[in-house]
Design a protein. Structure first.
Length: 325
């Protein structure tokens, strides 16, 4: 719940557009069927405030906070669907639903305040990470700050080990899968390509294959980086079998798929720094199947997809495989 534990560090109020919820909104990776219809427009709007906090995370956080109960009150006095403490609410609550009052018991007001609060914490924690004042994953630090206060995270130099906050963070991260769209219609590898693109959105290549990186064990960039916000759907570049789906200290949340041989040689693709995983080791996937969502986990300087192709066991430039040149 918002600032239940630890010291509270007041953050600057960031202004976002208010008013009524949008009539149409792009759901992105959100599994809209899992969100109560009454609150869906607000979850979509709050999840569009900043790249670091997607709608699926907003929804998972609400389930953990209140179970979608707009009249919820905790034993320590946290209020409403997003469980704001009375001392925290005035800094973040606004009359977003336009009914003449800013009220933590109004779901629209509360969910929008939650988005503002999370996005402000994302900015703050990103700065702390850069300065080396805290350690951990950005999203987990944001959730910890919502529960324990930014000051509590700063004092602990990461997710506080206070018997509650770590569990709070882990439960929400586990719930994200429920609110992430699982599958999409399978496609096919486009004519003239050896693999399909792992993304269905236009994305800037922020670092191509082969760029020298002193920090790389291979002495070069082993894949292609696509600059996309957290929560963008990631698709299987070809049919195959998932040989790894889990955590790697450098790659963060990572998926590896083994595909049928081409030219008598093995082909593997990897998808790295993901926010969430939609498949497990041993799963069979089809071309275009949604396998996860982009993130900023592991050794990462910002939200992106690091996509690799291994041919006959060696890294190779993904660009010609997916039709980029």
């Amino acid at each position: 719940m918002a600032c239940l534990l630890g010291s509270f560090l007041l953050l600057p109020v960031i202004v976002f557009g208010g008013g009524s919820p949008p009539e149409e909104a792009v759901s992105g990776e959100l599994n809209t069927d899992a969100v109560p219809a009454l609150y869906l427009p607000w979850v979509l709007k709050a999840g569009a405030m900043c790249d670091e906090i997607p709608a699926a995370l907003i929804a998972a956080q609400i389930e953990q906070e209140s179970g979608w109960d707009p009249e919820a009150v905790s034993p320590v006095g946290a209020q409403g669907i997003s469980q704001f403490m009375p001392g925290t609410w005035p800094s973040w609550g606004r009359d977003d639903d336009g009914n003449g009052k800013a009220d933590p018991y109004d779901p629209g007001d509360a969910i929008m305040a939650q988005g503002r609060y999370d996005c402000a914490h994302a900015d703050l924690m990103a700065g702390y990470l850069k300065e080396g004042r805290v350690h951990g994953e950005l999203i987990e630090l944001v959730l910890a700050a919502y529960n324990a206060g930014a000051g509590g995270v700063l004092d602990a130099r990461g997710v506080p080990d206070n018997g509650e906050t770590r569990q709070y963070v882990d439960l929400i991260m586990a719930l994200v899968a429920k609110y992430t769209k699982a599958l999409k219609e399978s496609g096919a590898v486009p004519a003239g390509q050896r693999l399909a693109s792992p993304l269905r959105v236009k994305a800037l290549i922020t670092s191509p294959y082969g760029v020298k990186r002193p920090s790389s064990a291979y002495g070069y960039h082993t894949g292609t980086d696509f600059g996309v916000g957290v929560g963008t759907e990631v698709h299987a570049a070809g049919a195959g079998t998932v040989t790894f789906a889990g955590w790697n200290s450098a790659y963060g949340n990572r998926i590896v798929i083994r595909h049928p041989k081409q030219g008598g040689k093995t082909v593997e693709t990897t998808y790295n720094h993901l926010f969430s995983l939609g498949v497990a080791k041993g799963d069979t996937v089809s071309v275009g199947q949604v396998i996860g969502a982009t993130g900023n986990t592991g050794n990462s300087t910002g939200p992106h997809l690091h996509f690799e192709v291994k041919y006959d066991g060696d890294f190779t430039d993904p660009a010609p495989w997916i039709g980029l040149e």
